[in-house]
Write a protein of this length. Structure first.
Length: 118
């Protein structure tokens, strides 16, 4: 089992090519908004959603993670008996943005290698 406090590898995530600001709205998102429905659908089909949610449940982070908002994760933590650790919000946001940018570059490199082989 991987460390739930370790930032997950999101390189194969459905969100890799999406602007990370979509997941960190300034005024939050209504859980029934079209944007939130879109995010939930994307996360529901994501191969790394479990790792993403595990991290977000164990580390207090802002934004939308695995289709869940802050309030939903608080309820899940209570229900599951998880005590989350606190990280500086800016660090966590920057870490996610850096990881996402890294994943985009990695995907482009893989795509370029496949094109060269073909």
């Amino acid at each position: 089992m991987s460390d739930p406090y370790q930032f997950p590898d999101l390189s194969d995530g459905s969100c890799v090519s999406i602007d990370t600001e979509m997941f960190f709205p300034e005024n939050g998102l209504n859980q029934f908004s079209d944007q939130m429905k879109t995010i939930r659908k994307m996360c529901g089909e994501c191969p790394v959603a479990k790792a993403c949610l595990t991290y977000a449940l164990h580390v207090e982070v802002d934004g939308i993670w695995a289709g869940t908002g802050v309030v939903t994760r608080q309820k899940l933590r209570r229900d599951l008996g998880i005590k989350a650790i606190k990280l500086h919000t800016q660090y966590t946001t920057e870490a996610m943005m850096a990881q996402t940018q890294h994943a985009i570059i990695a995907r482009k490199r893989r795509a370029n290698k496949k094109e060269q082989v073909a």
